[in-house]
Ligand binder design. Structure first.
Ligand SMILES: Cc1ncc(COP(=O)(O)O)c(C=O)c1O
Length: 395
């Protein structure tokens, strides 16, 4: 089911009246009394096997009731059986890779991805054999006997490229597909409806929405969630309960924040389209089937390359030049110089993020009026002239 505004308000809170409270309780315990050793053993066994909860949480790294509460809410919004929360989006991706690729070491991934995700895969840190598929058509030929996971983002960070999830799921065959849904959120897209085995989100972004929480979540079947919890216990990447509380507090307003920001972004995208200092605007197109709305993340190419992009970032007033997205205010950043700096330069260029190889993002001919005048000296190194911004209700 698509998440309704009513369920966004009530998800994970249905038992509050019975508990006699109105706001979800926060449990900060790091450990839990176990006077009955038999109960303790049963709880340890259940949680070690990946159970969502047990008679006792046992220990704060193993289970936390406040985290479990927001997980139930997120699973409902994402349309999955369960959800597992992590200390960050990157911890969530790491856990999914560890859970799916312990035996099968091969991963197929589609670029571009968020720079950190690209770096995790490309760095070899997890000892995985990563193959970058050349688009959707490259997925089936890349899949092998030992492929444990297919990884993609849609819309993609930072090019806003869109990928047909169902087509990738078909191409992947028996191999589970992970979709990073951070840009769309379940309000605009539910990858599980299209066959994605794992829906990953950096909950640091729209889900939390106020720029004060770092968190990650993976939504999936109960069976897959059990495997993720086992990794989470082993690696210690559980979300802090205070962050879980704040994340849960943000969910009732999620549909409103996403839709309102989207309306602002539509206006901004249209204005940028017509601006003589902009050579190209990247903004998703809603297809009504997979993606219900374009969202509020957009990218644009400033005529004049790095200097022009730096000038824009130095000139904004209401907008904050900073990495991240999905806050209530508007941020602007330079992917090639910041979030995607860790990505291999050639791969960056091939993905449309680098200055030299952004064929579809070619400079417009003729003299162009600069987009903005810098308030301070621009950095010396030349980078691509692509800036990404997130609009907000306050813009
Ligand atoms: C699309 C996407 N996925 C994953 C991440 C990583 O999330 P986190 O910063 O919460 O670890 C980010 C961070 O910007 C992102 O933009």
């Amino acid at each position: 089911m698509r998440p309704s505004t009513t369920r966004a308000v009530h998800a994970g809170r249905d038992d509050l009246a019975v508990l006699g409270v109105h706001a979800p309780p926060v449990d900060l315990s790091t450990t839990y009394p176990l006077p009955d050793l038999g109960d303790g053993v049963a709880s340890v066994d259940a949680l070690a096997a990946g159970a969502a909860c047990a008679a006792s949480p046992v220990y704060g790294r193993v289970h936390n009731p406040t985290v479990y509460r927001v997980e139930r809410a997120l699973a409902e919004l994402d349309g999955t059986e369960e959800a597992v929360c992590f200390a960050s989006g990157m911890a969530a991706l790491t856990a999914t890779l560890l859970a799916t690729c312990a035996a099968k070491r091969h991963v197929v991934a589609l670029r571009p991805l968020y720079g950190g995700s690209d770096n995790l895969l490309a760095s070899g840190l997890l000892g995985l054999d990563v193959e970058w598929a050349a688009g959707i058509d490259g997925v089936a030929p890349a899949v092998r006997e030992d492929t444990g996971l297919v990884v993609l983002e849609t819309p993609q960070n930072p090019t806003l490229g869109q990928i047909d999830i169902e087509a990738v799921v078909v191409a992947a065959g028996d191999v589970p597909v992970l979709v990073d849904n951070t840009f769309a959120t379940p309000i605009l897209q539910q990858p599980s409806r299209h066959g994605a085995a794992y829906t990953l989100q950096s909950a640091t972004k729209f889900l939390s929405g106020h720029g004060d929480v770092v968190a990650g979540v993976v939504s999936c079947s109960a069976e897959r969630a059990a495997g993720l919890r086992q990794v989470r216990i082993a690696t210690g990447a559980i979300l802090h309960p205070l962050a879980a509380y704040l994340l849960h507090r943000s969910l009732p307003t999620l549909p409103f924040r996403v839709r309102e920001a989207q309306e602002r972004a539509r206006v901004l995208a249209a204005r940028l389209q017509g601006h003589p200092g902009v050579t190209r605007v990247h903004y998703p197109v809603a297809d009504g089937r997979q993606l219900l709305g374009p969202g509020s993340v957009l990218a644009f190419e400033a005529a004049g390359g790095f200097e022009a992009a730096a000038a824009v970032m130095a000139s904004v007033t209401l907008i904050t030049p900073a990495v991240s997205l999905g806050c209530v205010d508007t941020l602007i950043e330079h992917p090639a110089g910041l979030t995607h700096r860790v990505v291999d330069e050639q791969a960056r260029a091939a993905s449309g993020i680098g200055e030299g190889a952004v064929a579809p993002l070619g400079r417009a001919r003729g003299r162009r009026r600069p987009l903005a005048r810098p308030r301070k000296r621009a950095p010396r190194r030349r980078q691509a002239g692509c800036a990404r911004g997130v609009t907000s209700a306050e813009q």
